[in-house]
Design a protein. Structure first.
Lengths: 486, 274
């Protein structure tokens, strides 16, 4: 019996339990004792007791039986020797599994052929394609595995359904006028919400840990000093795996490129975004606002790779040709440059700055504006001297949030900034960023345990810490600002 | 009980009788009407504001008294949907005329709001804000002088002189309101508009501010909106009663509180409605 079917039956039991529970509880409504919980709480409690433990059991059983099956197959396989035809034991197991899956589609009453060569045509007729290194000895093992699996599945289904029915009965038997079904349901709700918020945190922890372990492996072959303070980035792809020369993994050029491009982006995005926010919050009539604001936010909805294509196909060549025309000869702006990438990234960030600052400026109380205007200040004096200073902490927070987006941005820089790890101050030359190098190191067919690949995790962790710190500072500032008007 | 209250009210009014000053018209509203979008909030109000007197605007909530007050320094301009008809003059000049600059007008007709609204700056900077914008004090010493005299006139100097650099938002409610009055005074306005200046204050702070209003009358013309009948009787020389967007009655405060012409005024001040 498949897990999905079992799940459906469990839910059906739960629904039935809900209705029975509600009806039974409703019968107490006009009794002598005032019911503690309303009838539908009893129904929900019965539903939850029927469904939740059973579903948990089903999940555990499914995972457990898959492990058991793996071990079973592994034990049945012949001893591995030097001349085994299959590359690894894991591959052996997965071949058996896919064979077993194919066999399940065949009609049960036809006799099984003993060799793979004979088995292939009927399987192919059913639309099952199998790897050609499936061996003859696997066929009986696969048949046996199928038998074990169906036994496990049946047993699991039976105990799951039994648990579900038991839960429903237990809950239904509890129904009494003073039974606290409402409190039980509320408590379960609380746990459910807690679990949902824990998932996000646990995922973050998981991501950090996985990067951390790979990073530690990386630092076994490259010294942290050489990584964090090295000024040369030369991972030597050609030499990878051949031993001896490992290449140099200096973070400094990448970090400098990342910060430089982010800086250019902020120089573009912050003044434009801030001014458009001031216009939107203070000057624009509701009609203009209702058109311009969504249009600006549309800019935020464009996928960043589209910005990247725009930068590399249109803006980059345009700036290069423009600079060539200006000097009358060789262009001083390269096709891929810090300037181009920063400019395009800045355009991408304008709506982020403007929408965050707009909220903050609008949050400055009207009393502040009135007070200033009532003293004979003009609108722009009011903005400059009262509103912006009052909103400043919030705006700084918004800029920091924007900066961390700029640092983490990938697609634009992959296309527009170039891959050369230079250290330069000239904004018209190419520089590369941490994110670009992560993409570069992980694409290609290098072995996964070489430092050339593992460095991507060290870079990712660095990036993570960098943006995390900025976000924490930004949130701290924003929160402090919020308290000011409460 | 009732007789006692009326007696004390009359006493308060009696004191004001002696304080009758010259009768120069400082501001004049002529058939003033205000629309918020399609809705008319004020109808044909004719009201004079006399020099160096306190004019109180009273009436139940939503009667248009704050709306009228905000017309006097064109604060209604900041509300997009608001439209003003009729004519309002300051020293015989139409303040809604094209030749009048609204910024200049607001420097001459200052405003104190219902809720104390000091800027999130230091006490000194709060007071210096107006003079700085209008370039009233060129040197630091002049500015210090302006700040000190404004705070003194607002009767708050002694409380804050040792902490001028601390934020204005850290003061108590009553102190904040007096700081806002000092801020308004600092630009040397001719008229000060006060929109329920004591409604967010406790009785003691209210008494301080009322005392202050009476002192300020020597140098400024004051228009005050208030919900408190006692306050109107205590601080004002003239009272105007608004109801449902119309000016019901206007006259000397003592007459208004003892012998009003209109039945609605009678009902309102004796607490029968409102």
């Amino acid at each position: 019996m498949s897990s999905l079917l079992v799940l459906a039956i469990v839910i059906a039991i739960g629904v039935v339990a809900f209705f029975i529970g509600r009806q039974r509880a409703a019968a107490h409504d006009n009794g002598a004792v005032k019911p503690h919980s309303r009838a539908h709480y009893h129904g929900w409690w019965a539903f939850l007791l029927a469904v939740l433990p059973a579903v948990l059991l089903l999940a555990v059983w499914t995972i457990g039986s898959s492990f058991y099956l793996d071990r079973h197959i592994r034990a049945a396989l012949p001893e591995r020797t030097a001349d085994s035809k299959v590359a690894s034991e894991a591959l052996d197991v997965s071949l058996v599994k896919s064979l077993a899956k194919g066999l399940r589609k065949l009609d049960a009453d036809t006799a099984l052929p003993a060799t793979f060569a004979e088995l292939q045509p009927p399987l192919a007729a059913k639309g099952v394609a199998l790897a050609s290194d499936t061996q003859d000895y696997m066929i009986p093992i696969a048949v046996e595995a199928n038998a074990v699996q169906s036994r496990l599945g049946l047993f699991g289904a039976v105990i799951t359904l039994a648990l579900s029915i038991a839960g429903a009965f237990y809950a239904l038997r509890q129904i009494a006028p003073r039974a606290r079904a409402r409190n039980n349901v509320e408590k379960l709700m609380l746990w459910g919400l807690l679990a949902a918020s824990t998932i996000a945190i646990l995922t973050t922890v998981g991501i950090v840990l996985s990067m951390l372990f790979q990073t530690i492996t990386f630092f076994e072959s490259v010294s942290p000093m050489g990584f964090f303070f090295g000024t040369v980035w030369d991972p030597r792809f050609a030499a990878a795996g051949s031993g001896g020369s490992q290449g140099q993994f200096g973070l400094i050029p990448l970090l400098a490129g990342t910060l430089y491009i982010a800086l250019v982006a902020l120089v573009v995005a912050v003044p434009v975004g801030l001014m458009s926010a001031v216009y939107m919050a203070e000057y624009a009539s509701p009609r203009v606002r209702s058109v311009v604001k969504p249009a600006l936010e549309l800019l935020a909805g464009i996928p960043t790779i589209v910005y990247g294509i725009f930068a590399v196909v249109t803006l980059g060549p345009f700036l290069r040709d423009l600079s060539a025309a200006l000097t009358g000869g060789s262009p001083f702006i390269q096709g891929q440059s810090i300037f181009t990438a920063g400019l395009v990234m800045g355009i991408m960030l304008i709506p982020v700055v403007s929408s965050l600052s707009d909220d903050i400026i609008t949050a400055v109380p009207r009393a502040m504006r009135d007070g200033s205007l009532g003293l004979g200040a003009t609108r722009s004096e009011t903005i400059k001297r009262v509103i912006l200073p009052a909103a400043l902490p919030g705006i700084v927070g918004a800029i920091l949030l924007t900066a961390s987006r700029a640092i983490g941005e990938t697609m634009i820089v992959v296309l527009a900034a170039g891959v050369a790890a230079n250290l330069t101050v000239n904004p018209f030359e190419a520089m590369t960023t941490i994110t670009v190098k992560i993409v570069n190191q992980l694409t290609g067919d290098l072995e996964f345990n070489s430092p050339q690949t593992l460095v991507a995790f060290a870079l990712g962790l660095t990036l993570f810490v960098l943006t995390l710190v900025m976000n924490i500072v930004a949130l701290y500032i924003v929160r402090k600002y919020r308290e000011q008007y409460e | 009980m009732n007789i006692m209250t009326e007696q004390s009210l009359e006493n308060a009014v009696g004191e004001k009788m002696s304080a009758k000053s010259n009768e120069v018209i400082k501001m004049r509203g002529d058939k003033v009407g205000v629309f918020y979008g399609e809705k008319q909030a004020l109808f044909d109000v004719n009201l004079d504001v006399r020099l160096n007197q306190v004019t109180a605007l009273i009436g139940p909530s939503g009667c248009g008294k704050s709306t009228f007050l905000r017309c006097l320094n064109r604060m209604n301009d900041t509300i997009d949907s608001a439209r003003v008809t009729g004519k309002i003059t300051l020293d015989e000049e139409d303040i809604y005329d094209k030749s009048i600059d609204v910024v200049e007008l607001r420097a001459r007709v200052g405003m104190v709001f219902q809720k104390p609204n000091p800027f999130p700056k230091s006490i000194y900077e709060n007071v210096a804000y107006g003079p700085r914008i209008h370039g009233l004090a060129k040197r630091k010493a002049d500015m210090d002088q302006v700040v000190e005299s404004s705070l003194k006139k607002a009767a708050i100097w002694n409380e804050v002189k040792d902490r001028l650099q601390e934020p204005g938002t850290g003061l108590s409610g009553g102190q904040q309101q007096r700081l806002c009055i000092a801020r308004a005074i600092a630009v040397s306005p001719e008229v000060i508009l006060m929109d329920e200046p004591c409604s967010a204050l406790d009785p003691i702070a209210t008494a301080r501010v009322e005392e202050l209003i009476d002192e300020l009358r020597q140098n400024y013309t004051i228009v005050i909106v208030t919900h408190s009948m006692q306050q109107a009787a205590r601080v004002s020389q003239r009272t105007a009663m608004f109801h449902l967007g119309y000016l019901v009655e206007e006259g000397a405060t003592d007459k208004m509180f003892t012998n009003p012409d209109d039945q609605r005024t009678q009902d309102y001040i004796t607490g029968r409605f409102g």
